[in-house]
Design a binder for this molecule. Sequence first.
Ligand code: AMP
Length: 547
Amino acid sequence: MIASTMQPGELTIARLVEYSRRTFPETGVTTWTGSELRPISFPELGDRTAQLAHALAKLGIGRGDRVATFMWNNNEHQVAYGAVPSMGAVLHTLNLRLSPEQAVYIIKHADDKVIIVDASIAPMLAQYVKATPNVKHVIVANGPASAFEAPEGITVHSFDELIAGEPTVYDWPEIDERDAAVMCYTSGTTGDPKGVVYSHRSIWLHSMQVCSASGMGLGNKDSVLAIVPMFHVMSWGLPYAAMMAGLTLVMPDRFLQPEPLLAMMAAARPTFAAAVPTIWQGVAAQLKAAPQDISHLREVVVGGAAVPPSMIKQFDEFGAPITHAWGMTETSPLGSVSRPPFGVEDPDQEFAYRVTQGRFPAAVQARLIDDDGNEVAWDGESAGELEVRGPWITGAYYSPDGPVSDPAKFHDGWLRTGDVASISPDGFMTIVDRTKDLIKTGGEWISSVELENTIMSNPVVTEAAVVAVPDEKWDERPFVLAVVADEAQADAAKLREHLAGLVPRWQLPERWAFVTEVPKTSVGKFDKKRIRAEYADAAYDVVDARD
Ligand code: AMP
């Protein structure tokens, strides 16, 4: 054995902040206000990043403390992305689409001390923090501090006033690259949401993959429209990739409807964009109604849910080709990207590759495991549960007492993804099913089990099974198959009304059917495979409860 002569060179977020501020004065981040762009350069971002770190330190934030954000994609969120991990604290990005119970659970579980919130959604947060005594300070960005009505025990600050006058340089602490940098909870699991904690190192390596040609292939000349939220797996790593590549990040803030998105695209003319299929479905419909040239997009990366082949064709026609990618909160998220292999020139063959979820990068190992625990061949046909491992794949979930590696989710050091896939001999993955009992709608999860329990909390419902069914706009929606005490109670609109106060609005099921008994497996569980198949065969008399 001989020792390497290389320097340690810790891969830290502070390094990205300082690198981007010194190297890229010509680029930065720009946020849509609804009518214009609000740009900020990397040097200016660097100044503000240091200022926020000083302000947080004065509020008592130290190494390992959690600072949460409850924010849209915007300049201020980018500042928090730099400041919090660089000072050795942990950035916790709170998902804006959580139910109140989930939000309270997560804020308490992560033990957030400070929350930075956008003024437009401050009233929502004010409701949650009444039940979270751990939160001591709330910082309101993009509006007056008065937008947040503070419950007792919380001090409210204005983002701009808090950082004004603070030094624009911060003596960033020495940090071990394996230390925690950012945490993000996923509701894409059964039971309570689970926390994934990214390290400085994992974020660095992931950013390098995002920028590389087999990832998203991003560089200084790109301007990247990051529609995928900064509260959902770090906006697919784009905020950090931006600091690394010196690319311009174009942020939509809260303007996520197709019309304002297209108005922003006309103004910013991004070269690249990233979002879940639901967003592009809306954009495509709007483009049909009001044609607009979007061919400035040299590439659109779409993932988070399967991309329909028809969408790939449609965007080819718009001159904005889609690249399909797969990932999870647990995988930072970039897991696989579909780039047709060298030498494929036949358009049909190329298209067949583009619809798959793609190839894994060198750092991510993948295998398929069947029901008996055996590895399945990469023959393009045999399917098994996808398991992955690598330096930006989580090996456990966060708990206040230390990481927990539950065997239901981890298998000999591999992450069990809950996705069922096949892989071709040349390494292209196709997802064919899901073992997790969840519904992914518009990029966010609904737990079918929780929804079933809430529906069954209505005394007129004897049994209710909920399964995911395809939906053109939202990719998937919940379908409820219910048994009611007597026929007169089989009123979908009324049952939906009962649910309205109990689950977030976007989770309310539209499709209902009533039967005398829900199909069951041999061990007495709801037979969801059969329910899905029967739904597909139009075996149920489905009522649309919105009518
Ligand atoms: P999340 O952690 O919320 O980002 O969800 C990750 C899950 O979304 C994966 O385990 C898949 O079930 C699903 N998913 C992500 N990307 C794709 C894709 N390209 N095709 C099909 N499903 C996907």
